[in-house]
Write a protein that binds this ligand. Sequence first.
Ligand SMILES: Cc1cc2nc3c(=O)[nH]c(=O)nc-3n(C[C@H](O)[C@H](O)[C@H](O)COP(=O)(O)OP(=O)(O)OC[C@H]3O[C@@H](n4cnc5c(N)ncnc54)[C@H](O)[C@@H]3O)c2cc1C
Length: 446
Amino acid sequence: MATDVHDTVVHTKVAIIGAGISGISAAEKLASYGFTDFKILEATDRIGGRIWTKDIGNFAFNSPKTLRLSSFHFHLKVGYFSFCHLNSFYYNKCYHKFVENWMNFSDSEKRLRHMIFTQHLKQETVVSGCNDLGDVSLSEFGCYEELPGVHYTIPPGFQSVLDILLSSVPEENIWLKHSVKCIHWADNEQSAQQHSSDNVQQCKNDNGNKILIECENGKKVYVDHVITTMSLGVLKASSGRLFDPALPEEKKEAIEKLGFGIVDRINLYFDEPIVDPDVFRIELLWDDKKYEEEERNPDKPDMATSWYRKIYSFEVIDANLLSAWVCGKEAEYMESLSEEQVAKDCQKILSGFLKKDIPLPSKTIATRWGKSKNTKGSYCYIKVGSTISDVEALGEPITNNDGKPVIQFAGEATHPSFYSTTHGALLTGHREAKRILDHYNIENSI
Ligand SMILES: Cc1cc2nc3c(=O)[nH]c(=O)nc-3n(C[C@H](O)[C@H](O)[C@H](O)COP(=O)(O)OP(=O)(O)OC[C@H]3O[C@@H](n4cnc5c(N)ncnc54)[C@H](O)[C@@H]3O)c2cc1C
C-alpha cells in the first residue's frame, strides 16, 4: 500500500475515493476486467472504513486463542420493522393491541410487558441506525430487503472478506493517507460556465477536460472519472467544501433529507469469567417509566445517569468478554466519555442486573463512529420526510453533455434495497465500476 507517493501531480483515468468495502469492490471489479488505470485515495492509514477488525489478544477465557472482533458481528440484519412518526397510528395500534391482550394481567405483569416492548424498540433503533424509531419513515417500509438465511459471525473477522477482494487489486493502486480536500469537477465548457468558479476555470485551463482532485497532503490528481464512496455523514458535513462547483440541487437535497445515525459497540474484557458458560446473552429490561418518574426534568434527562439505559443487552462472546450496542444521542454522549468512565458505568449496570459484584473490566474498547472525522456516523436510514428516491438520487452519476460519467456515487447509502449494509456497499462499488467498463465498452477478456 502506498502512503508516500512522491509525485505531486499525478494523472490516472479513475479515482476511487475511499478504501471501504464499496471502494475496494469497485477496484476489484475494474481490475478483474484488466482495467488498472485507477487509484484509490483513502484518508486514513488503513483499509476497511467502517469495517474494522481488530486483534484483541488472548482475552477469551474458554477459548485461549487470539480473538478478532469487527466493528460489528452480524453479517445480516435482524427482522426489520420500523415505526414512523407520521404514522404513529401504526405504532399505537401495535402497542395497544399488546395492551389489550394484557387486560387479564396484573399491574406488575403489564409493567414487565411494557419493559419487554421498549427493550425491543431499543434494539430496533440500533438495527435502523437512528436515535428514535419515530425518526424512521414507515412510508418506505419494505424497501429494505432482508436476505434469507441465518446470522453468521465470520470467525476470522470481516477483514477476511475484504482480503478476498483485495487479492486482485494491485497494492500500488491504493494510496493511504490521501485525504481528499476538493474535487474540481466541471469538465466541459457548459458546466464550467454554469458554475462560474475560478478554480474550475483554472482546472480546465490547466488540463483540458480533466477533473482535478486536490488532496490535503498537497497531491494533485487529474482524472476522467471519480467514484466517491465517502459516507453520507461526510457528505452531510462537508459536501459544500468537497465539490467545486457545488453538487446539483437534487443531490444536495438527498444528502440533507436522508438520515445518518450513530451506532457504537462497547466491548468489555474481564480477567475472570463473569457469567456461567451456558449464558449467551444478558438481556436488560429497564423500567424506564420508573426512572422517568424520578427524573427531575424527564424531557431533558441527565445523560450522565441515563445514557446506558439505551443498552438493551450484553452479548456474551465468551464468559469474560461482553459486547453491547448503543445508538443515537446516548451513543453520542458515550463517545464524549473516557473508556474508564464507560467501564465504570457498565460495571454498575451489570452488577445491578446480575445482582452480584462485577469487577471493573480490565480492558474496554468503545467505538466512536460519530466522532470519526472520515465517517461521521455509522449508517444511513430513511428518515421521516425522505423516500427511497433520495437514495436513488444519491446514487445517480453526474454526467457531462456526452453522457460520460464524471462524478459517480457509491457506498452503502446509495443502494436502494440493501442500504446501511456491507453487502449493499459492495454491490454499489460493482455498479459504479460497471458504469465505467460500459462507458469504454470493456468486456471481460481475462
Ligand atoms: C457499528 C456498526 C455496525 C454495523 N453492523 C452491520 C451489520 O451487522 N451488517 C452489515 O451488513 N453492515 C453493518 N454495518 C454497516 C457497514 O459496516 C457499512 O455499511 C459498510 O462498511 C460501508 O462501506 P462503504 O464502503 O460504503 O463506506 P466506508 O466503509 O465508510 O468507506 C468510505 C471510506 O472513505 C474514506 N474517506 C472519507 N472521507 C474521505 C476523504 N475526504 N478523502 C479520502 N477518503 C475519505 C473513509 O476513511 C472510508 O475508509 C455496521 C456499521 C457500523 C459502524
